[in-house]
Write a protein that binds this ligand. Structure first.
Ligand code: TMP
Length: 208
């Protein structure tokens, strides 16, 4: 049986990742493709609850400590992710280690240090970067509720994302109409499936 694909959505805050990743899972399921949505941080676990408290400014943590918690929050589901992929389920993931590095490096933590705890996680097959200028994101509903939703900081985060891109990334203009973005994502996903069906590659590890 073919393994599932690991498709990741990354981007700055309020770029539409959650909307588009949810729509993609629904569309794949309706085509009979088994797909599951995962979101990081997963705020439901014990580690996730500490992260949530930090993001909503109910508890304080050092930049280093919260960085390591975000990473641990990925490691705690890694074996489940592997099992899903190996059993043929496609994973659509809303944020991952690239967010981890982009946000912490934007706080001026050392870039190499930021990458270290996530080395060896499962690597995505394709990354869709939902690109929006922070000035446009700031106009979206609910912006500013969480600790990182500040213009200057988001501009720094966006720059950090660009330094991590390789040819597995596609940049999606997140300022377009939602339906148009969905169609573009469907086209990119079909291409990824076609390539995968032609020559299935083993699941790679991140930054090794
Ligand atoms: P969310 O809005 O997608 O739930 O993400 C919450 C915030 O956490 C968002 O501002 C990005 C940030 N973040 C990190 O700083 N490090 C990480 O590893 C992840 C996954 C998110």
């Amino acid at each position: 049986m073919a393994r599932g694909l690991f498709i990741l959505f990354e981007g700055c805050d309020r770029s539409g990742k959650t909307t588009q990743s949810t729509r993609l899972v629904e569309a794949l399921n309706s085509q009979g493709i088994r797909a599951k949505l995962l979101k990081f941080p997963d705020r439901t676990t014990a580690i996730g609850k500490m992260i949530d408290g930090y993001l909503t400014q109910q508890n304080k943590l050092s930049d280093e400590a919260v960085h390591l918690l975000f990473s641990a929050n990925r490691w705690e589901v890694m074996e489940q992710m592997r099992a899903d992929l190996e059993s043929g389920t496609t994973l659509i993931v809303d944020r991952y280690a690239f967010s981890g590095v982009a946000f912490s490096a934007a706080k001026k933590l050392d870039f190499k240090w930021c990458k270290a705890p996530d080395v060896g996680l499962l690597a995505p097959d394709r990354v869709f970067f939902m690109d929006i200028h922070p000035d446009d994101a700031a106009k979206r509903e609910g912006y500013g509720d969480e600790i990182y939703e500040k213009r200057e900081f988001q501009i720094e985060v966006r720059v950090k994302f660009f330094t991590m891109m390789d040819n597995s990334w596609s940049i999606v203009d997140a300022n377009k109409d939602k339906d148009e973005i969905h169609r573009q994502i469907m086209a990119l996903t079909s291409k990824a499936f076609a390539k995968h069906n032609e020559a299935e590659s083993p699941i790679k590890k991140l930054w090794t």
